[in-house]
Design a protein around this ligand. Structure first.
Ligand SMILES: Cc1cc2nc3c(=O)[nH]c(=O)nc-3n(C[C@H](O)[C@H](O)[C@H](O)COP(=O)(O)OP(=O)(O)OC[C@H]3O[C@@H](n4cnc5c(N)ncnc54)[C@H](O)[C@@H]3O)c2cc1C
Length: 531
């Protein structure tokens, strides 16, 4: 025992001294030093010598990366097959560059809003606001590269073996093959984290120049005068925010009867007022873009034929400068040897149980030592959910049973203003309450009466809290308003911890901050008034 704890102290000391040195500055230029750390850490690893690795992770998006880091924190000998794409969708083609575009275009919008600026006593004189498309695109690409470099450095620094090739299953347990070299590695546990790719509906031809998915849109190769966005989910909505700020007109084409169909209805209605009605945006709902043909920039328009979603009859054809296809994402699970392991997918999604273990067929037992995390299992297609599932899988591998509470994972749409949520929509809550036999309580806070929001000239929006009347437990929170994506975290923590509105109403919120919008809602839930 004493010997073991002595070793633990030694390992901890060495690890700590390794990672707190100034040399570990998450910068690609420190790679030389980092690779020394790699050898060092491998020597410390308490791995089973039977296998090349304790844990092999296929795919290095945020899910795979999160799993790899947590695996090393358990001193497990870890390899990640990166497919030469460290950071995956989120870093290279998703969250990170899209937020960079939103940050830059958001500033353009704000500086062009004369009424807003004059309320602060500010005016922009002369020729007004100028921006360069190339500069904004460079900001997004530069940020993606920087974050990717940080991720690579952290992997190497922590002693993860990064295998650049694609990893594929061989059909035998505990094996992963590097597709590039053909080398087969043995691994005690395998985590599949191959992520997702854009879904392109039949009839739509993508050239990534005039008709593009988010992959092409993020490069901002042009700012079209008129762009059709097919799909009004959060990716389409974020891009409408970017495009309208930079001067484009937008037409949404939505197959369902309502815009923003997955959002809470009350929030979607408010979003329609704040993010659509006052902007150069129009829309068609209940129609499919059945045929989309690319154009030639400056010469030939993009043609979009639309059919009624129910009758399938042709309703309209429009000619636009560009079309963005934002119709969701599909799992990236082809050609990775799943069939050889007897794994049946559900529309490409890999089924898992609550411990992230792969279930090969409906109702069958999990495959031992095989896990799947992130977008590929379809449980919740968000970056932080992927990472949380990766950590959870490692906990289970380490012998500490763990399950992710997906009900407490927040989500956000980074428009101006932002929308954020945790838990089910109000409509879903009503159904759940009826089914499970509890009464839904509802309380609301407003940005209109919030000093900080008014100081920023951004008094639009609400936060609504849905809770169980009987216990006070918070079930869901939906916010639209300034910095909603940051505000939601307090609510997500409350859902995760089972905190009640009574408890939350007695917690002190800083004045003057936007958090007081939530304070108002929590207090309102128990009959108190916020001042
Ligand atoms: C435009 C856009 C904006 C988004 N914004 C947000 C946001 O603001 N917040 C948020 O939470 N989420 C956002 N998302 C979603 C988020 O990007 C995904 O949920 C997240 O990236 C999923 O992570 P993952 O690790 O499961 O998969 P991915 O990030 O897709 O990574 C999987 C990786 O595995 C690689 N791979 C696949 N097969 C193999 C193989 N056989 N061998 C080796 N490597 C392989 C892939 O190339 C990829 O690099 C956004 C997505 C898009 C497209």
């Amino acid at each position: 025992m004493r010997l073991l704890s002595g070793i633990t102290v030694l390992i901890n000391t060495l690890l700590t001294s390794t990672f707190t040195t100034d040399a570990f500055t998450l910068n690609p230029s420190t790679f030389a030093i980092s690779s020394r750390h790699r050898a060092y850490n491998s020597a410390l690893t308490m791995s089973s010598s039977e296998y090349d690795f304790d844990v092999a992770i296929i795919g290095c998006g945020v899910g795979g990366h999160g799993a790899a880091l947590h695996s090393r924190a358990q001193s497990l000998k870890t390899a990640v097959f990166s497919g030469d794409d460290v950071g995956g969708t989120c870093v290279n083609r998703g969250c990170v560059p899209s937020k960079a575009l939103l940050a830059a275009s958001g500033r353009v919008r704000e500086m062009q809003d004369e009424g807003h600026l004059s309320s602060f006593g500010i005016s922009v004189e002369g020729e007004g606001v100028k921006f360069e498309r190339e500069g904004i695109a460079k900001h997004a690409q530069g940020l993606a590269n920087r974050v990717k470099g940080n991720l690579e450095a952290s992997l190497v620094g922590l002693g993860v073996d990064v295998i650049v090739g694609r990893g594929v299953l061989t059909g035998k347990p505990n094996e992963v093959k590097d597709e590039n070299t053909g080398k087969v590695y043995t691994c005690k546990d395998i985590i599949l984290a191959p992520g997702s790719i854009p879904f392109v509906p039949p009839g739509v031809t993508v050239d990534e120049k005039t008709v593009y998915t988010s992959d092409g849109a993020l490069q901002l190769q042009s700012i079209p005068e008129w762009v059709a966005i097919i799909g009004s989910g959060y990716i389409g909505l974020e891009f409408s925010d970017v495009y309208t700020a930079l001067g484009s007109e937008v037409t949404f084409i939505e197959a369902l009867d309502d815009l923003m169909p997955t959002f809470d209805r009350e929030i979607a209605k408010l979003a329609e007022r704040l993010l659509i009605r006052d902007r150069p945006i129009d829309y068609r709902t209940g129609v499919f873009a059945s045929e989309v043909t690319p154009g030639i920039p400056g010469e030939k328009p993009v043609t979009i034929k639309m059919i009624d979603a129910k009758t399938k009859e042709h309703v309209e054809t429009i000619e636009v400068d560009a079309a963005m296809v934002a119709t969701g994402r599909v799992p990236n699970t082809k050609n990775m040897g799943l069939e050889d392991m007897g794994i049946e997918t559900n529309r490409g999604f890999i089924s898992v149980n609550s411990k992230m273990q792969v279930i090969p067929k409906p109702d069958s037992d999990p495959i031992p030592n095989l896990y799947c995390i992130g977008d590929a299992n379809g449980k919740m297609m968000l970056a932080h959910a992927a990472s949380a599932q990766g950590i959870s899988a490692i906990e289970n591998i380490a012998g500490r049973p763990h399950e992710v509470n997906h009900d407490s994972i927040p989500a956000a749409c980074f428009t101006h203003p932002e929308i954020a949520m945790v838990g089910p929509t109000e409509e879903q809550c009503v159904e759940r309450a009826e089914k499970e036999g509890w009464t839904m309580g509802k309380s609301q806070g407003s940005f209109r009466a919030n000093s900080k929001a008014l100081a920023e000239g951004e008094g639009q929006g609400i936060a609504k809290v849905l809770f169980k009347e009987e216990t006070g437990e918070v079930v869901a929170v939906h916010i639209i308003g300034l910095h909603a994506a940051d505000l939601i975290q307090e609510c997500a923590n409350a859902v995760a911890a089972g905190t009640t509105v009574k408890e939350l109403s007695m917690m002190v919120h800083t004045h003057p901050t936007l958090c007081e919008v939530l304070d108002e809602a929590f207090k309102g839930a128990v009959g108190m008034s916020a001042h």
